[in-house]
Design a protein around this ligand. Structure first.
Ligand SMILES: [Zn+2]
Length: 172
């Protein structure tokens, strides 16, 4: 069984992508052009490079290394100790940081030229770190991304959305 958290919105299994990076084999045709795959690849390459410099990796990688990297990526993706909650006399709804960040990430990826490098939800603020295509107009992308993220969080969670801070950390 495949862990659903490792599936991208396009259906690609992220651990399969990581194996292409680890083994340095060519990517499937889909992943070469798909924005979801490209965003995941950027993130996985960063994590993989960190792992590779921290350890001497023989070939093939030791058993369990791929899953260790995957869980690290998942932890970074859901970074932050925040949660959103709504309580009434019937009970409490709590939405953890990881869920908030995943919703925000998927909404941000609908903006052309945007890749999401990291998302942090903490202290009731959401921070997205983006890499933008070098042809993009940053001044247009930033409000568009924020608006889409806020709309998606309002729609899906049904609570007032948090402030959304956007950091542009890279250009591709
Ligand atoms: Zn894809």
């Amino acid at each position: 069984m495949t862990d659903p958290e490792q599936r991208l919105p396009c259906g690609t299994d992220q651990s399969a992508l990581l194996e292409h990076i680890a083994d340095d084999t060519p990517l499937p045709e889909h992943s070469a052009t798909c924005p979801y795959c490209q965003a995941a690849l950027a993130e996985l390459r960063t994590s993989w490079a960190t792992v590779r410099t921290a350890t001497t990796v023989p070939t093939p990688p030791p058993a369990g290394l791929v899953s260790r990297v995957m869980s690290r990526v998942a932890a970074e993706r859901g970074a932050g100790a925040g949660s959103m909650r709504r309580s009434d006399q019937r009970g409490t709804l709590r939405i953890d940081a990881r869920a908030v960040v995943t919703l925000a990430r998927v909404a941000a990826l609908t903006v052309p030229g945007v890749q999401v490098r990291a998302g942090i939800f903490d202290d009731a603020r959401l921070t997205l770190e983006l890499a933008l295509h070098r042809g993009a107009a940053f001044s247009e992308i930033e409000p568009m991304t924020r608006a889409r993220v806020i709309a998606e969080l309002s729609r899906s969670i049904g609570l007032p959305p948090p402030p959304v801070d956007i950091r542009i950390v890279d250009v591709w």
